[in-house]
Design a protein around this ligand. Structure first.
Ligand code: NAI
Length: 242
């Protein structure tokens, strides 16, 4: 299947973003994979073939983004999808958190998503169709000690998306949020047994989620089946927040 449309996916070199890229490619999208990790991007491009197009860029840099947006406009099918997935953590209790830790996380997770959306949304508006999905977190819904910066950035994505939905829904564009729970990634594999079993005891499904389960939700929200679903926050968390 070839949709002849491009989805821009940030943080797509590895982890959940890479899984989202794979799933979108399987459903016919060309994926413009934006990430800072050039080696990982090239490795993934080698594995996934020509529907995965790597672009090395720091999404906090407006000028780099403008250059990449211009290249994508020339090189790839029309952009009709945006997935704001790139994210970082810089955890510390608020008493000890430095302003640099606060700023860095807000810059990447929230302002970065705003910049990427602004850099590519004109294309969706011109096409009079498309979908924007931002990857938040259950932490944006329920909070987590040591993550005031991360939780604020992830809750911010929800406010941004709900507002943008009100600007774009009448133009045939859906704007949604996926809020993953605890997902099996490098990050969670490094947790101690104690922390892991504490997480597990709080998840009704009694297991961590898989990156592919996040990718499935994103692909659904970007599919024709979800054209009338917009402005929602979809938790994919084994029942943790419900
Ligand atoms: P990861 O660290 O494996 O992947 C994040 C990707 O974003 C990396 O490839 C990184 O290079 C890229 N990135 C970071 N800053 C960037 C920047 N300034 N410009 C361009 N690329 C940048 O993380 P993971 O686990 O795959 O997470 C993906 C998203 O899912 C993040 O937004 C994270 O907050 C969110 N999430 C993850 C959960 C988990 O359990 N792993 C749970 C809930 C949400």
């Amino acid at each position: 299947m070839n949709l002849n449309a491009t989805a821009v996916v940030t943080g797509a070199a590895r982890g959940i973003g890479l899984e989202i890229a794979k799933k979108l490619i399987n459903t016919g999208w060309t994926v413009a994979a934006l990430d800072m990790l050039e080696d990982d991007l090239n490795r993934s491009a080698h594995k996934l073939g020509s529907m995965y197009r790597p672009y090395t860029v720091n999404i906090t840099d407006t000028q780099q983004l403008a250059v990449v947006a211009a290249s994508i406009g020339k090189e790839l099918p029309v952009v009709k999808g945006i997935v704001n997935n790139a994210g970082i953590t810089r955890d510390a209790l608020m008493m000890r958190m430095g302003e640099d830790q606060w700023n860095m996380v807000i810059d990447v997770n929230l302002t970065g998503a705003w910049k990427v959306t602004q850099a590519f949304m004109r294309s969706l508006i011109r096409a009079r169709e498309g979908s924007i999905v931002s990857i938040s977190s259950v932490v944006g819904l329920i909070g987590a000690a040591g993550q005031t910066n991360y939780a604020a950035s992830k809750a911010g994505l929800i406010g941004m998306s709900k507002s943008l939905n009100r600007e774009l829904a009448a133009r045939g564009i859906t704007v949604n949020v996926v809020a993953p729970g605890f997902i099996e990634t490098e990050m969670t594999q490094k947790l101690s047994e104690e922390v892991r079993s504490d997480y597990l005891s709080r998840i009704p499904a009694a297991r961590l989620g898989l990156p592919v389960e996040i990718a499935e939700a994103v692909a659904f929200l970007m599919s024709p089946s979800a054209k009338y679903i917009t402005g929602v926050v979809l938790p994919v968390d084994g029942g943790l927040t419900t």
